[in-house]
Every structure is written in structure tokens, then in C-alpha cells.
Design a protein around this ligand. Structure first.
Ligand code: S3P
Length: 426
């Protein structure tokens, strides 16, 4: 589906976002793992979270949507049903990777599949460390879905992460909570911490590294989850409000988890007028309200390697802010972008070229200079929700009409994107 956008005057008003996708996945997973009835409030309505629910239904967990809440009847440790068919993670890397850790610890065989995009994304990164715990996993070409996981017994590990990835870390922690003895997972570069935070796993720092312990005593218990609004979905609107003239936008109940607010910190350092107007805590996750006002001139800054995992999903929309800012916009140390829903380095570079930006592409990033030309643009989503939304925002800032091809991918994370845009237009 093609979607067209034209220049907007200003944005004004208030938005709240459905639950953060990463926290929603984990709320579903922990509810399905724990014995008895859990309630999830403000669950993400994304296709990705629906994929996670689909997989756990097949494993025997029950899901009942009651008004705005999801009731989950979980199974308890070692009580899932052996699946009667392949478990389909759809487009969702988080579903496939987190589930691989759980399935490795079950006393039955299982097989994980995904859509065309997910079937091209690397899985040896999660299979290899799980194999060091004793997991029996086979992959197509030893790297891709389908992933076949055989019944075997695991043992605890002490493992230092080779790739900065919350998905791999979480897969290992989720396998580890099935074992009586303690495992330790060590991170050099800090990634999003929802798994350890929500499971209250013991964590400490030593020589600049983060060490997380996990064992069966940390297995989740039934609970009430109240998921804070998705900061990654909000980031598109934050950039739009900064760049559109005379705009003022309030975003309520937004996740402000420290391992996720890099986008706010970077935009503030660039000169962006973003204020946290209130802050509180919700199931151990910081949440708050944001006020964003148009900013006359942003200035590009150097992005340190350590912030990259914190803004990994926001780099496409940050690039849009970057091309309107003073100075060149450069991202390095971000080769993980090449293995997201699409190769996001390629996707952003090709669309920027279409907008008339001077592009230098690196294996691990890009540099953009010059300003977008006033011309009609057709951008490709590459089937990737964050590319579709990033270039939609650009389309609302350019003089001439913009078309986004394959726009429907936005529902992977935010089916309400167009409705929310309509709500704040003036
Ligand atoms: C996620 C972790 C990140 C992120 C993804 C969601 C998670 O992936 O890009 O959208 O919920 O754990 P990596 O951990 O592979 O970087």
C-alpha cells in the first residue's frame, strides 16, 4: 500500500502511546511462563506482540482480551504443551530469539519459523551461546530459521556477550531461569535491561562490565503488568514536533527507562527543546510525561559507541533530525543496523539519496550532508516499519508530496501511527 504525505503546518496537542513493544513482549512471556492468572494493562497492539501471543497459545497458555486488558493464564515451570505445529514468530526478532531460550529448556522438541524478513536474519548469534549451555539446535545453513530445538538438558553458564544485543542476553537469561544453579551473563556494552529489571535479577558492575545472575529462584510469578507507553513509537513524533514550526506536543505516560532514553538525550544535546515534565515509576520501569517544542536549529553531535545500543531502533528517525541539523550527521559502530527487519543502513542511505542528500555509506553506519531538495519523493519502506515511519516524518517536513511504498509495515510496531498524526495536526 502506498501512503502519501504533504507538508504540515504545525503539530499541537497531547498523545499517549500503547505499551512499549519490548516490555509488552516480556509481559506476555513472563505471564505465560508463570503459573496462574496474570493481567497485562496497556499491552502493545503491534503485530510483533501478536506473534508472541500466537506462539504461547500453541504452547498452552490462555489469553483473554477483557476490555483494555489482557488476561493470561500461564502454565508454570516445565508445564508447556509440546507444540503440534511450527511456532511462527512472524516478523519479530524478539519473539524468535527470546523464545529460543525458553524452548531450549523444555522437555519436548520444537521448531521456530518466521516471515521472509525474519528468515534472513542471523540466528547463530543466539543458537551458539545457547549451545554452550547444552542446547541442541539446528538452523538452516547454520544461521537461519527454521530453528529446530531438541529435547535435552541444559547446564548453567558464565558467558560474556560477544554482540551487544538485548535479545541474545534475554534468551540466555530465560534459559537460565529454568535451572537450579546460577548462570552469569556479562555485558561490555549495556543494552536494554527490561528482562533483568522485570525479573528483578541480581545485577552488579565490575571493571566497567555489567554482570547479571539468573537461576530458577528468579522464575516469574503471576503478576499485574502495566506497560508504559512506547518511547520508540514516540520518537517519530518527538522529531516531528522539534522540526515542524510553532509546534508544542505533550507525550504522556512514556517509558523513560535509562537504557532506552538515548534518543531524548541525543536530541537534547543537539539543542532540541525536550523537557521531562513529570516522572514516576511503574513496575520498576521509569515513566513520565514529555513536552516537546519546535527548535529553530539543531546541531549534530558526535555519537559515542556506548550510546548506540541505547538508540539502535531510533537511528533511522534520528537521521531525519540529523539532515535538518547544522553540520554533517554521522553514525558509526552501528553495523547491527544491517541485520534488523531490513538492512537499515542500506534502506536509510537509498532513501536519503532520493531526497537529494549527499550520502557516504560505511559498513557500520553512514554520513549525510546537504539539505533535502524540494522535489516530489518516493521512498521505499523496504517492508520495515521504522523506515516507513521515519520517511513519513520527512515527507511531512518537505514542500512537495511524498509517497511511501509498502507503508502497511507500520503495524509491526504501531498500527495507530496515522491516527496519531491526524490527532496532532493543525
Ligand atoms: C529488542 C532488542 C533490540 C531491538 C529490538 C527489540 C528487545 O534488538 O532492536 O527492536 O526487545 O530485546 P537487539 O537486542 O538484537 O539489538
Amino acid at each position: 500500500m502506498k501512503q502519501s504525505f504533504s507538508k504540515i503546518n504545525k503539530v499541537e496537542g497531547e498523545l499517549t502511546f500503547r505499551g512499549d513493544k519490548s516490555i509488552s513482549h516480556r509481559s506476555v512471556i513472563f505471564s505465560a511462563l508463570s503459573e496462574g492468572k496474570s493481567i497485562i494493562k496497556n499491552l502493545s497492539n503491534s503485530d510483533d506482540v501478536a506473534s508472541t501471543i500466537g506462539c504461547f497459545k500453541e504452547l498452552g497458555a490462555e489469553f483473554n482480551f477483557l476490555n483494555d486488558e489482557l488476561e493470561v493464564v500461564g502454565k508454570g515451570i516445565n508445564s508447556f504443551n509440546a507444540p503440534s505445529k511450527q511456532l511462527d514468530a512472524g516478523n519479530s526478532g524478539t519473539t524468535a530469539r527470546l523464545l529460543s531460550g525458553i524452548l531450549s529448556a523444555q522437555n519436548f522438541d520444537s521448531e521456530l519459523i518466521g516471515d521472509e524478513s525474519l528468515s534472513k536474519r542471523p540466528m547463530s548469534r543466539v543458537a551458539n551461546p545457547l549451545r554452550t549451555m547444552g542446547a541442541k539446535i539446528t538452523l538452516a545453513d547454520d544461521n537461519f530459521l527454521p530453528m529446530k530445538i531438541s529435547n535435552t538438558s541444559l547446564h548453567p553458564i558464565e558467558y560474556e556477550m560477544e554482540i551487544a544485543s538485548a535479545q541474545i542476553k534475554s534468551a540466555l537469561l530465560l534459559a537460565a531461569i529454568h535451572l537450579p544453579q546460577e548462570s552469569k551473563i556479562i555485558e561490555k556494552l549495556i543494552t536494554r535491561d527490561h528482562t533483568e529489571r522485570m525479573l528483578r535479577l541480581p545485577t552488579y558492575y565490575e571493571a566497567g562490565k555489567k554482570i547479571i545472575s539468573a537461576a530458577q529462584l528468579n522464575y516469574p510469578k503471576k503478576s499485574i503488568y502495566n506497560v508504559p507507553g512506547d518511547i520508540s513509537s514516540a520518537s517519530f513524533f518527538i522529531v516531528l514536533a522539534l522540526l515542524a514550526k510553532d509546534s508544542e506536543l505533550v507525550i504522556r505516560n512514556c517509558s523513560l527507562n535509562e537504557s532506552r532514553i538515548g534518543i531524548i538525550e541525543v536530541l537534547q544535546k543537539m539543542g532540541g527543546d525536550i523537557t521531562i515534565i513529570s516522572q514516576s515509576s511503574n513496575m520498576g520501569e521509569p515513566v513520565g510525561d514529555l513536552l516537546i517544542r519546535s527548535t529553530e536549529q539543531l546541531t549534530n553531535i558526535k555519537l559515542d559507541e556506548r550510546i548506540i545500543p541505547n538508540i539502535i531502533d531510533e537511528l533511522p528517525i534520528l537521521s531525519i533530525a540529523g539532515i535538518f541539523a547544522d553540520g554533517d550527521f554521522e553514525v558509526r559502530n552501528a553495523k547491527e543496523l544491517r541485520v534488523k527487519e531490513t538492512d537499515r543502513i542500506n534502506a536509510v542511505c537509498r532513501n536519503m539519496e532520493r531526497a537529494g542528500i549527499n550520502v557516504t555509506e560505511f559498513e557500520d553506519g553512514f554520513r549525510f550532508s546537504g539539505s533535502p531538495k524540494s522535489q516530489s519523493n518516493i521512498f521505499e519502506s523496504f517492508g520495515d516499519h521504522r523506515i516507513a515511519m521515519s520517511f513519513s516524518i520527512l515527507g511531512m517536513l518537505l514542500e512537495n508530496e511524498t509517497i511511501i511504498n509498502d507503508f502497511e509495515s507500520v503495524s509491526i510496531s504501531n498500527p495507530l501511527f496515522l491516527e496519531q498524526i491526524a490527532k496532532i495536526l493543525n
